[in-house]
Design a protein around this ligand. Structure first.
Ligand SMILES: C[S@@+](CC[C@H](N)C(=O)[O-])C[C@H]1O[C@@H](n2cnc3c(N)ncnc32)[C@H](O)[C@@H]1O
Length: 305
């Protein structure tokens, strides 16, 4: 029995890479960004890659098309999982009322309709952890969970909402957090900014002021990796260096060089790394679905942890 994956809005493949590590077959992937898809294709050459804009074709029709594309891979008894990470930049604090939120919402509902039309044995959607998104999931009556990536061995404060069916978050095994040494060698007295533990003063070169910040020690999660730069400070709060893109790649749990050995600009690398689902979590999630061996009865209860 094989689990086949359709990965919608696949990016460079955080979900796909996790699925591959879990022994799944990455079958069909879609993204409208050619650079992301090119990287994905180099890392998952056996998958069928489609550079297209999701949302252009009526949902029922698109779902059927995806089903047709994946069918040649499937044998009787095989599992089919659809994952989707529709873009979520519009949904952020302070941007809850405008047209962009409306289009994010439309795309989310469209995606849910596409998944229903594919008719997989399980599915998942990943989104930012925001009340607007919770409301969308509640409106559609789908079950969702808040995933704290640090509970799954990802050394970050990153949290995401996952909706889905055919699995439940409590089935996914938690994992210990690695020490900072697991992702990078730093001098012993190096600390880094986070939102816990000691307060120190950081010199802000633009303002010419020392401003209070908090720093953490080796066994605590780092800040969420995004496409923005990431800085290290010492115990006194003095700037040490900007984290390398290779460091961000490993904090995001990609294998070394998965993105950073590709011939694209650092800015694009940062985007692909920052937007990804950490493969370590994807591995645990898809591995759990494979282990469950088929759709699991989904109870009506919603768990917002
Ligand atoms: C959050 S990222 C996906 C990350 C991915 N799941 C991973 O784990 O690496 C969203 C992706 O959606 C793509 N995208 C945005 N709008 C799209 C659309 N309408 N159709 C297809 N892809 C789209 C972007 O190019 C981007 O790569």
């Amino acid at each position: 029995m094989t689990l086949h994956l359709i990965d919608l809005f696949c990016g460079a493949g955080g979900i796909s890479e996790g699925a591959r590590l879990a022994g799944a077959n990455v079958a069909v992937v879609v993204d409208s960004w050619a650079d992301a898809l090119a990287i994905h294709e180099r890392r998952h050459p056996k998958a069928l890659h489609f550079n297209e804009n999701i949302g252009d074709v009526p949902a029922a029709e698109y779902g059927k098309l995806l089903r047709t594309r994946v069918e040649p891979f499937m044998k009787p008894g095989d599992l089919l999982h659809v994952h989707a990470s529709p873009p979520c930049q519009a949904v952020s604090i302070g941007n809850t009322q405008n047209r962009d939120v409306e289009s994010a919402r439309e795309l989310m509902f469209y995606t849910l309709d596409v998944i229903a039309a594919v008719g997989p044995t399980s599915w998942s959607i990943e989104q930012v952890n925001h009340p607007v998104v919770r409301q969308m999931f509640e409106e559609r009556g789908v079950e969702y969970w808040t995933v704290r990536m640090r509970d799954y061995g990802v050394k970050q404060l990153r949290t995401r909402l996952f909706a889905g069916s055919g699995w439940r978050l409590e089935d996914v095994p938690t994992q210990p957090l690695p020490g900072l040494g697991a992702v990078r060698d730093l001098p012993p007295d190096t600390h880094y900014i986070s939102d816990r533990f000691h307060q120190v003063y950081i010199f802000d070169y633009k303002l010419g002021l020392r401003t209070p910040r908090l720093v953490v020690a080796d066994d605590a999660p780092l800040y969420t990796v995004t496409s923005k730069p990431y800085y290290f400070y010492d115990k006194e709060g003095f700037f040490i260096e900007q984290a390398s893109v290779q460091f961000l790649e490993s904090v995001q749990t990609f294998p070394q060089g998965y993105i950073t050995q590709m011939p694209i600009s650092t800015v694009k690398m940062m985007h692909l790394i920052g937007n990804a689902v950490p493969p370590t979590f994807a591995h645990a999630l898809i591995g759990t679905i494979v282990k469950l061996g088929g759709p699991k009865a989904v109870r009506a209860r919603r768990n917002t942890k």
